[in-house]
Design a binder for this molecule. Structure first.
Ligand code: HEM
Length: 504
């Protein structure tokens, strides 16, 4: 299993294997894709609302009732997540690993699209980024950013990760109740600000990263979808937030340019690339890409940390094995850069956490032409949703899929379309090496400094934009390192119990 960005992009060349139905020559029309009934009152609206309220619960229910290929609403419907470029499509869920393979390998058939958003110049600029470009320009932009995630760059980020994690750990007090989600959000915000923009977010009030984080929150609140641009509306707030962020990014870029842009942060690297070749990044791409690295990297890493520490607190036997390994190999010190990938128990814990509570839950593509998926015709203009999460919890690929069992990795070797926390192919996560290092390093530091204990009877529900996190925080008590891991596990309530086997 690798978290290094794969250069061998099988997108263009792979022969996409057909579903059993397709292989037998039987391809059914898209009208026969099963799904909730269109006849019901406001069927599309109700389904769309249920999806946005809790995408995980909704996808689980759809698969349970209809199988691996599902239509959001039977009969006609309109796309959920995109402004489609071809009229006449619908929304389909493709839950199986073979469908994910078809989507991720045929990059000319399944393309990404911008989500609908405010009609504003700031929005257009912020969304001129890696996620929403296709074809040659996408390949060129990935090549441009690769150096930011090479070994030498990662070594530079390593020091910042140790520094900010150490500072957080020293501020915690024995017996203190913390919101783990909030703590991980804050520390990763500081790390992202430093690594991506060369900014010390802790030194500035209302930092750029903080503003971006707030804007992303507004962007994904349902209220902001109502396009009423009047004072006081969430929509107006969103437009203003976007304008402020674009303005501040422009100022940061100008300041860095005039200071020589010699830093090891990603923004300085972008400026240098453009100075060498002005066609490599347009003005809008400078803004959009600077934004997207933050958008893509911050929340994912923060939630992955939160969930990993949560799972460890609820599984004392795993925590004990990890603690033994870290004590033996590190004696209380952070792992050196060279040690990070040489800790087998830690490695299995991270792999399993990224499987059971994979942070990036779903992604969508638009079919650029008529095609097939899972034995059904899919018309051009349709939006197709694939979900790493739904694959990771499928019994067809993993035994007892909702059980957190890092030792399963001693005997399994899933295919790359069966375990895909960082995606696969030409759009695989460009920051996976950064994210993988951050997770391993920080988990090793945190569990060697404190024992985190759950709070009995807390309710843990989830909220999902694309990334899944605890809805109302995740309370923990900070305990000294006393080895009493059994006491960390507490009975919990809420939707988390639908996602992970937490025992009685
Ligand atoms: C644990 C942490 C992370 C997880 C689980 C994660 C997950 C993913 C996944 C699943 C995709 C594929 C999306 C698709 O199929 O459309 C993706 C793409 C991406 N990720 Fe990450 N990510 C993480 C950390 C990061 C970091 C730290 C950065 C940057 C600093 C980053 C930047 C990106 C970018 C720019 C893309 C878009 C790539 C493209 O479309 O070519 N990610 N990520």
């Amino acid at each position: 299993m690798t978290e290094q960005p794969s250069s061998s992009d099988d997108a263009a060349t792979a022969a996409v294997s057909a579903s059993p139905m397709e292989a037998s020559g039987l391809v059914l029309p898209s009208s026969q894709v099963p799904g909730p009934c269109r006849g019901a009152l406001l069927a599309w609206q109700r389904q769309a609302l249920a999806f946005f309220r809790n995408p995980v619960a909704h996808m689980m229910e759809l698969r349970r009732r209809y199988g691996d290929t599902v239509r959001l609403v039977q009969g006609g419907n309109r796309p959920l997540l995109f402004r489609p470029s071809v009229p006449g499509g619908a929304t389909f869920f493709a839950f199986g690993s073979e469908s994910a393979r078809a989507i991720l390998t045929q990059t000319d058939v399944f393309e990404t699209r911008r989500p609908p958003g405010p009609k504003s110049r700031a929005y257009d600029r912020l969304t001129t980024n890696m996620f929403f470009i296709n074809g040659e320009r996408h390949k060129q932009q990935r090549r441009l950013f690769m150096p930011a995630f090479h070994r030498d760059s990662l070594k530079a980020y390593y020091g910042d990760m140790v520094h900010f994690t150490h500072r957080m750990l020293e501020a915690w007090q024995p017996g203190q109740r913390i919101d783990l989600d909030h703590e991980m959000h804050r520390v990763t915000l500081n790390i992202s600000s430093r690594a991506l923009y060369g900014i010390d977010a802790t030194a500035r009030e209302n930092s750029l990263a903080q503003q971006m984080s707030e804007m992303i929150f507004t962007l994904f609140s349902p209220a902001s979808m109502v396009p009423i641009n009047l004072p006081g509306t969430p929509y107006r707030r969103l437009v203003r937030q976007m304008e402020r962020i674009v303005g501040q990014l422009e100022r940061e870029i100008a300041e860095k340019e005039s200071a020589g842009a010699s830093g090891d942060d990603v923004l300085s690297m972008m400026i240098r690339a453009r100075q060498q070749d002005p066609s490599s990044l347009s003005d809008d791409e400078m803004i959009g890409q600077a934004f997207t690295m933050f958008f893509a990297g911050h929340d994912t890493a923060s939630k992955a940390l939160t969930w990993t520490l949560f799972l460890l607190s609820q599984h004392p036997e795993v925590m004990a094995a990890l603690s033994t390994e870290l004590q033996r190999e590190l004696s209380g010190q952070p792992p050196t850069y060279q040690q990070i990938y040489g800790l087998p128990v830690l490695d299995r814990v991270i792999k399993e956490s990224l499987r059971v509570l994979t942070p990036a839950v779903f992604f969508a593509r638009e079919a650029t032409r008529d095609t097939t998926l899972g034995g059904y015709e899919i018309p051009a203009g349709s939006e197709v949703i694939y979900s790493p999460y739904m694959i990771h919890i499928d019994e067809a690929y993993f035994d007892r899929p909702k059980t957190f069992d890092p030792d399963r990795w001693l005997s399994i070797k899933p295919g790359k379309y069966e375990y895909l926390p960082f995606g696969v192919g030409s759009r695989t996560c460009i920051g996976s090496s950064f994210g993988g290092m951050q997770l391993r390093l920080m988990v090793a530091m945190i569990v060697q400094r404190w024992r985190l204990e759950g709070v009995a009877d807390s309710r843990i529900d989830v909220k999902t934009n694309v990334v899944i996190g605890p809805k109302d925080g995740l309370p923990m008590i900070v305990r000294p390192l006393d080895g009493r891991f059994e006491e960390s596990r507490k009975p919990l309530r809420g939707f988390i119990r639908e996602m992970v086997d937490l025992g009685p």
